[in-house]
Design a binder for this molecule. Sequence first.
Ligand SMILES: C[S@@+](CC[C@H](N)C(=O)[O-])C[C@H]1O[C@@H](n2cnc3c(N)ncnc32)[C@H](O)[C@@H]1O
Length: 305
Amino acid sequence: MVNEKVLERSSREYDFTQHEFAKIQKLIYEHAGISLSSTKQNMVYSRLARRLRAHGLSSFNEYLCLLEKGDEVEWEAFTNSLTTNLTAFFREAHHFPILEQHVLQSKGQRKPEEHHSLVPDQYAQLRKDRHKIHLWCSAASTGEEPYSMAMAMVKAFKTFTPPVHILATDLDTNVLAKAQQGVYSMGRLEKLPNDMLKQFFLKGNGRNAGSAKVRQELRDMITFRQLNLLDEAWPIRGPFEAIFCRNVMIYFDKTTQNNILKKFAPLLASDGLLFAGHSESFQYAENLFKLRAKTVYELANRQKV
Ligand SMILES: C[S@@+](CC[C@H](N)C(=O)[O-])C[C@H]1O[C@@H](n2cnc3c(N)ncnc32)[C@H](O)[C@@H]1O
C-alpha cells in the first residue's frame, strides 16, 4: 500500500506495517479482551518477532496467515507473548489484612454446605473440601498473588493447613507453569521480611542457590488452572468468599469489564469481597458492586444478584 507506514523499517529485522499491527490489535482483543494502544507497537514487534524467528518465517504477513489457519499451539504462544505479567508478593498490601479479617468472620458465620466452589474436573477432590473457604485469584500471573493469599490465610488461621482452598487462574499458560513450580529468584523475594522468608520458603542450595521454593503446604492450598476471563462460560461454581481480580481489567475496555463483573457477581458469597487493582475502579457498575474499602468491593445487592 502506498500510504502504509512501515514502522521503523530501517532498524528492524522484519517489516511491520500499520495494517499488520491493526490486525494483531484486533486478534488479541477478540481472543483475550486485551486492548493494545498504538503506543504498544514496539512492544508487540519485539515480542512477536521471536515467534517469527521460531517458525523461520520471513514476514508478519506469513505469521498472521499461520494464526488465521487456527494453529492452536501458535495461538497459545501468541497470547502468552502479548500478556503483561507484572506482579509481586503482597502487591497492594492493604488488601491482605482485609482478606484475613473477612475470612475469619465468614468462617464463623457460614454453614458448611454453603461452600461448594467447584471446577468440574475436580469435583471429587473439592467435594471433600466443602467445609473450606473458597477464594479465587482470577489473574494469578506467575503465582506471587495466590501465594500471598495463601500466606495470609496461614497467618489468619495460625496453621499451615487453614480450611481454605484457592483457585488460581490466568489466561497465560507460561506464567501458570511458573506459578505451579513456585520457585522464585531471591531478587523477587527481597521485599519480604526475613521471618516470612523463613516461614514460607525453602532456600535452594548448590545448583538452586539464588532461588527459593514456596513450601509445599502453600502449594497444596492452591489449584492452578487456565481460564480466559473473556470466555462465555467459566467452568466454575461459587460461592467464593473473595475474588481477586487485580491489574487485569485495565487491559480491557468498559464493555468487557462490565461483562466480567456481571459474571463475578453471582459467583461471590452474598457477603463476599471483590478486590481490584490500584488503578481500577468498578464504581461505574454500581448496580453490581459498591465500594467497601479502597479498591475493595462488595455486592450492591447482598441478598440477591
Ligand atoms: C499485570 S498481571 C497482574 C497479576 C496480579 N493479579 C497482580 O495484580 O499482581 C495481569 C495478568 O492478567 C492475565 N490476563 C490477561 N488477559 C486475561 C484474560 N483474558 N483472562 C485471564 N487472564 C488474563 C495476564 O496473563 C497476566 O498474568
